[in-house]
Write a protein that binds this ligand. Structure first.
Ligand SMILES: [Fe+2]
Ligand SMILES: [Fe+2]
Length: 362
């Protein structure tokens, strides 16, 4: 539980509770591991689990124990049986909501790669990327980046849970993708570090988990979905399907995000994360659909529908995320839980050179 010397890489500070369940978990995590009340969460029945602040934060609190942990929290909480039981109750509700949202996608005769392509082609969500490219102002762009930082500062980590669960061609394909995500072992090329440069340039706190408190339930849900799939071996097909859909819908939006930042006057450090993904994900999408998901289904044909479920769920929750941002902005509101994302703390030293200030708003 010692304080890390460098807070850029986590652990994050325990977030503020958003309701009864998350309050019980936050309170418990402040102390040494002990049993939670046996009935905690047994009556869980939110109207919309995907946008329920208390449920999504509770899941996020539980899942983060398996990533970087929480600042000041005893690491033994990770496997505390009654906390795992509570997590399982939350997961049942969340997974059921995801399955209601997307149904059971059928696998076309042409195979799982064709099924993925069909899902992506039918993805008619609101174009957040077009708005960011053409119209979003600096504050809106900063909000978008704050939302996405919850994932991008640990980019690729949830999908790495699949590695020990795979063998053969699918494993080789996942290693190929993840190697790029992790910068081929070079810190300054890791995608998470490229994103830190974007945060720095936009004057935002680039510490790991710095924006969790301002991220609404739907943003946490886009992350919790990956953790749910990643931490359950039975959902390995869904995890790979999620990754494939992510890669297959990445190249064009990332070009637009980069162009949006250039329109606002930002330099190559700010846009590098997005520019990198234009090229990289054009390659990754092929590997992910054919070698990774195709390879998995050739080895384990029964997982084909899970692959498509994971892809459909990822796309659907991302549509909800995009709609939340666009609806908030159309109504003249912030899309965050507080009006502004946390600014860059003055004392933190950063990886990317932060000397160049973001352009002034005109
Ligand atoms: Fe990436
Ligand atoms: Fe990628």
């Amino acid at each position: 539980m010692s304080e890390p010397a460098d807070r850029r890489y986590g652990p994050a500070t325990v977030p503020t509770a958003r309701g009864r369940l998350s309050a019980a978990v936050v309170e418990a995590l402040r102390r040494p591991p002990r049993d939670l009340p046996a009935d905690l969460g047994v009556d869980l029945d939110p109207a919309d689990p995907i946008t329920d602040e208390d449920l999504q934060l509770t899941l996020f609190l539980c899942y983060e124990l398996h990533y970087r942990g929480w600042l000041g929290v005893d690491e033994s909480w990770e496997w505390q049986p009654t906390l795992l039981a509570l997590r399982a109750r939350c997961e049942r509700v969340f997974e059921a909501a995801l399955r209601r949202l997307v149904g059971a996608p059928s696998v076309p005769a042409a195979g799982v790669a064709a099924g993925l392509a069909e899902l992506v082609a039918a993805d008619d969500g609101p174009s957040l990327a077009a708005t960011l490219q053409r119209r979003a102002d600096l504050n809106q762009f900063r909000e978008f980046v704050a939302h996405r930082s919850v994932y991008h500062l640990r980019e690729a980590d949830p999908h790495s849970w699949a590695l020990p669960r795979l063998g053969g061609p699918a494993k080789a394909a996942l290693v190929e993708i993840q190697t790029d995500e992790y910068g081929n072992g070079r810190l300054d090329r890791m995608h998470a570090e490229l994103f830190r440069g974007t945060l720095d340039r936009l004057g935002l706190d680039s510490g790991y988990g710095a924006h969790i408190d301002v991220a609404p339930a739907v943003t946490l849900a886009t992350n919790n979905l990956m953790s749910l799939f990643g931490l359950h071996r039975r959902l390995r097909g869904a995890l790979l399907g999620h990754l494939a859909a992510f890669e297959m819908t990445s190249s064009l939006p990332n070009r637009r995000y980069g162009n949006g930042l250039r329109r606002l006057g930002f330099d190559g450090v700010a846009t590098r994360f997005y520019d990198e993904h234009v090229e990289a994900d054009a390659v990754h999408e092929q590997i992910a659909a054919h070698d990774l998901c195709g390879g998995l289904v050739r080895a384990e044909p029964a997982l084909a529908s899970d692959v498509l479920f994971g892809a459909a769920a990822g796309l659907a929750v991302d549509r909800l995320f995009a709609a939340h941002l666009l609806d908030s902005w159309a109504a003249g509101r912030s899309s965050l839980r507080t009006p502004a994302p946390p600014a860059l703390p003055p004392k933190v030293s950063l990886v990317a050179s932060p000397e160049v200030a973001p352009p002034a708003l005109v």
